[in-house]
Design a protein around this ligand. Structure first.
Ligand SMILES: Cc1cc2nc3c(=O)[nH]c(=O)nc-3n(C[C@H](O)[C@H](O)[C@H](O)COP(=O)(O)OP(=O)(O)OC[C@H]3O[C@@H](n4cnc5c(N)ncnc54)[C@H](O)[C@@H]3O)c2cc1C
Length: 345
């Protein structure tokens, strides 16, 4: 059973970019063709810019594997997430949206989940995939006290700026950063990340830069980063995606890590002891190890962007240097967009 707080379909704060590493998981789920059939675009250019400096364009080359292309794709979360939920139902899950979980208790090895409506459900295992503000992780006291940074992310779907050519555009502003991605049909996704007290200024700067004159609906989310949970598996509670560990939005990898951690957990639960037996410490240990390995690799570029985002003055000083070294920027982009980052087959 999937208990989802929001009513589907719903938009959420996200850059709507699918990293090429997602296709291995979507293939397994039998969803690749359906995702490609959603209203979406495949950007061919990445444009980096720093306010007050020149910009740099890098071609995005899709990789080919078994005659099919493995591309970075922009697709609205509203559509993508609804497709995942529908697929889960096809595979036998019951999906209950508008069902926020509020409390969790354990009675003799069985978990009792209570919804805001007061309804309760019982289960041996709970998979908490409830995002960066995970209620389950909080109830389980998984976070260390220093859990939040002071940054906020905002997002809007806007009509194409007048001279927009569909490039995936990442821009470093004085107080933060932002990304613009083409959703097709004349619409684009604009995301901004900054400290809370600088966001108003950043939003004004971005609205001016993209010549946004009509009012747009901004959604917001905080925190942007948070310390990772200490044990993503404990006593039959398993944390996946942002609930277990949040990655910096700049590189557009959060969806791929969320899907890949879910796939790892599914493999472990289905093989080591199965789902019918009580949760075992072997399953807990296997998931903790696999989870640490998944996030242990390839995240150095993401960590670097987090450091720079948390220190906007340093970012604003160093980013122009990067613009002068296209080969370095091209190397970093290729690393982030490498589908081989996926180790789940
Ligand atoms: C500004 C910004 C831009 C980003 N851009 C990108 C990008 O372009 N590409 C990318 O890959 N990643 C991006 N990310 C990161 C990405 O959005 C997340 O990493 C990803 O959505 C994590 O997926 P998840 O399933 O773990 O959590 P979520 O996608 O957050 O899903 C959690 C779900 O749990 C539900 N929920 C929450 N609480 C409860 C509760 N109590 N009971 C029941 N249900 C609950 C929520 O309604 C939600 O549907 C961005 C993040 C930010 C902040």
């Amino acid at each position: 059973m999937i208990l989802e707080a929001a009513r589907f379909p719903r938009d959420k704060v996200c850059g709507d970019c699918l990293n090429p590493a997602v296709w291995a998981i979507l293939d397994r789920l039998g969803l690749s063709s359906a995702v490609r059939a959603l209203p979406s675009t495949v950007p061919s250019t990445m444009r980096f810019s720093v306010s007050g400096h020149h910009e740099l364009e890098i071609p995005i080359v899709s990789t080919t594997c078994s005659a099919s292309s493995i591309e970075e794709r922009i697709v609205r979360r509203r559509d993508f997430d609804a497709l995942l939920a529908a697929r889960a139902c096809e595979m036998g899950a019951e999906f209950r949206d508008g069902s926020p979980v509020t409390t969790l208790r354990c009675h003799s090895g069985i978990w009792e989940v209570t919804l805001a409506s007061g309804e309760t459900y019982h289960a041996r295992r709970i998979v908490a995939a409830d995002g960066r503000n995970s209620v389950i992780a909080r109830l389980q006291r998984h976070y260390s006290p220093r859990t939040k940074d002071g940054r906020i992310g905002i997002q809007a779907h806007i009509p194409h700026p007048s001279d927009y050519d569909g490039a995936l555009a990442m821009r470093i502003y004085r107080n933060g950063y932002g990304g613009l991605a083409d959703l097709g049909s004349g619409m684009a996704n604009l995301c901004l990340v900054a400290n809370k007290d600088s966001m108003k200024e950043l939003r004004r700067e971005a609205e001016l830069y993209y010549r946004i004159s009509t009012p747009v609906v901004w959604r917001s989310i905080t925190p942007i980063s948070r310390s990772q949970v200490l044990a993503p598996a404990r006593n039959g509670i398993y944390l996946c995606g942002d609930a277990a560990r949040v990655v910096e939005p700049f590189t557009g990898e959060g969806i791929s890590y969320a899907l890949r951690s879910g796939a790892l957990l599914a493999d472990i639960l289905c093989t080591s002891g199965g789902l019918t037996s009580p949760p075992s410490s072997l399953q807990d240990r296997s998931y903790r190890l696999a989870h640490a390995q998944l996030y242990g690799r390839n995240l150095w570029i993401n960590r670097l962007t987090r450091f720079l985002s948390e220190h906007p003055r340093i970012a604003h000083l160093t980013a122009p240097l990067l613009l002068r070294h296209p080969s370095l920027l091209s190397f970093l982009t290729k690393k982030v967009l490498n589908p081989k980052n996926s180790d789940v087959e």
